[in-house]
Ligand binder design. Structure first.
Ligand code: FES
Ligand code: FES
Length: 170
């Protein structure tokens, strides 16, 4: 089976990874790099569970050929955690109680991270549109939207919505 050496930046580190030519980015990060945060859900572009960032933009890694990220910067959910702890989006999902089984969450958070970065003034409709490709079978979405609204508030230097702040304090 033909394979190639891939060179790209993965969560801030330069990596060299050998993988079959036809492998997707999702396969490379999960089965070569051992980063299993990006989930292999539908594996055909329908669920969003595999969402990660390439050069800061959310992509479906199950539909991205690994060869296409040569020389680029890939960030997975594992890379969202910084030296100071979880990213604000991760923290807001936790504070809002937006997690149940968790399978959708890495992809959901990566899509949300791009939105919060690009549009901290996002409305509820903007958030719904940004997360429209990310499916959740558990939560009913309301707490996810609240979490992203709070992440936007924090990005604007504002406090969480009162309901979330009360829940976190109790
Ligand atoms: S696993 Fe990629 S969209 Fe479902
Ligand atoms: S929390 Fe279970 S699929 Fe979203």
């Amino acid at each position: 089976m033909p394979s190639r050496l891939l060179h790209f930046r993965l969560n801030g580190d330069d990596v060299e990874i050998a993988a079959p030519d036809h492998w997707t980015l999702l396969e490379v990060v999960r089965y070569r790099a051992g980063l299993t945060g990006s989930k292999q859900g539908c594996d055909k572009g329908d669920c969003g569970a595999c969402t990660l960032h390439v050069d800061g933009r959310a992509v479906l890694s199950c539909l991205t050929l690994a060869a296409d990220v040569e020389g680029r910067a890939v960030t997975t959910i594992e890379g969202l955690v910084g030296p100071g702890g979880p990213d604000v989006v991760q923290d807001c999902f936790d504070a809002a109680g937006a997690l149940q089984c968790g399978f959708c969450q890495p992809g959901m958070m990566m899509a949300a991270r791009q939105l919060v970065t690009e549009n901290p003034d996002a409305t509820r409709d903007d958030i719904k549109a940004a997360l429209a490709s990310n499916l959740c079978r558990c939560t009913g979405y309301t707490k996810i939207y609240e979490a992203v609204e709070n992440a936007c508030r924090r990005a604007r230097g504002e406090a969480d919505a009162p309901a979330t702040a009360e829940r976190a304090a109790s």
